[in-house]
Design a protein. Structure first.
Lengths: 197, 206
């Protein structure tokens, strides 16, 4: 928790967190939760994007890039607080087979629900800046979920319908590919999936 | 692990503030209810006996002790949020009275505002709150059907602006609320922002 110099990548945001976090341990825990959800979203959008086309694939690519950027920001903040950012799992078990555009859209909406829920943890912290950061991220995820789903939720982040993708290593101990995607069984999600179109 | 953890966070928060009352009451009622009740009865008798001379002497009792204390900051935040949600519901009612054709598309959004209001009211523990969840009192400045745009496009623009303003106002109160209430406010603010998204021109709510 001490004396870890913040890398330049941490930037001003990370430094600010280091100064302002009144409860570093709680802040690190909440940031790690958000980072964990961002890892899952990056993986999940890699899967979803491969089943989408046209404007939807472009939207998935934008969301995928956004979650990557958020992942990097969170990792830098955690490092600035002197902790080791949680790593992505090698593979994630999807909550349902993703075989076509409708299931890909369903997955994307679900990923955003889970991201919203994770960022809500930051809103419970004492640090005002982290609260606001968390609330804005909840809002951004809720907006993306609405774009995918076409309808709104009464309590984004507090109500998460159904399970999201979970790292396959947690229980099964081996990678579990999505039911339809032989190309998706690779240990790391191909980042070019959604960006290809 | 990753997402299950995130899942736990979200639902932990829900349990945190919705399950607090139930859990406490269950425990108290089941294990120590009888004993507490007996003690309370004894205390009650004692208190009644002590208060008799006061009444007889013409004392005003507790009422004479002064004005009630000012509400805690979180109560003020909660009341503001309740007032904002009530106003939003009255805006939807006014718009629907002026433009009934929008009922189908605005209904789901109005329903979610009712859910927001019910959840906020459930957190406010005071005698005047939550007594009429189905019929919120009209706050000052609530619009009537004649004061809102009646064309569908203008009505949707009016509500979109109101939703966006409500979301911004909730975020501004975020830092003054206790943790669990802050999470609820952030969630409601996000919901209202998504309402604004669906109300943008060219989109169809639903």
């Amino acid at each position: 928790m001490s004396a870890s110099p913040s890398p330049s990548a941490a930037g001003a945001a990370g430094q600010g967190v280091q100064e302002l976090a009144a409860e570093p341990a709680a802040a690190v825990r909440a940031l790690q939760m958000a980072l964990t959800a961002e890892h899952a979203a990056v993986y999940g959008y890699g899967v979803a994007g491969a089943h989408l086309a046209g404007a939807r694939q472009k939207a998935a690519a934008r969301a995928w890039a956004g979650h990557e950027a958020a992942r990097d920001t969170l990792a830098a903040m955690i490092t600035a607080l002197g902790a080791e950012p949680v790593a992505a799992a090698p593979a994630y078990r999807l909550p349902f087979p993703v075989r076509n555009a409708p299931t890909a859209i369903l997955l994307a909406a679900l990923l955003e629900d889970r991201v919203a829920a994770a960022y809500l943890g930051l809103v419970a912290l004492a640090d005002d800046r982290l609260r606001v950061l968390g609330a804005r991220a909840v809002q951004a995820a809720a907006l993306r979920a609405t774009e995918w789903r076409g309808r709104t939720l009464a309590f984004p982040g507090l109500e998460v319908p159904g399970p999201g993708p979970v790292p396959s290593g947690a229980g099964a101990g081996q990678p579990v590919p999505s039911a339809s995607g032989p190309g998706r069984a690779s240990p790391s999600p191909p980042p070019t999936g959604p960006a290809g179109g | 692990m990753a997402c299950w953890d995130a899942h736990t966070v979200g639902h932990g928060a829900v349990r945190d503030w919705s399950g607090r009352d139930g859990g406490g009451q269950d425990r108290g009622g089941r294990t120590a209810g009888g004993q507490v009740a007996r003690k309370a009865t004894r205390r009650g008798v004692l208190a009644a006996a002590l208060s008799l001379p006061l009444v007889a002497a013409g004392c005003k009792g507790i009422g004479a002790l002064g004005t009630p204390p000012p509400p805690l900051p979180d109560v003020a935040v909660l009341r503001d949020a309740i007032a904002g949600e009530t106003l939003m519901i009255s805006r939807y009612h006014a718009v629907l009275a002026a433009a009934p054709a929008l009922t189908g598309s605005l209904g789901p959004l109005l329903d979610q505002h009712r859910e927001h209001l019910a959840r906020l009211r459930a957190r406010l523990v005071e005698p005047s709150a939550g007594s009429q969840p189905g019929h919120p009192p009209s706050p000052a400045g609530s619009p009537s059907a004649t004061q809102v745009p009646s064309t569908p496009a203008a009505a949707r623009a009016y509500l979109r602006q109101a939703e966006q303003a409500a979301a911004t106002a909730l975020l501004a109160r975020l830092t003054t609320a206790p943790p669990a209430l802050a999470q609820l406010l952030a969630s409601i603010a996000a919901s209202e922002a998504t309402h604004a998204l669906l109300l943008t021109p060219g989109r169809r709510p639903g």
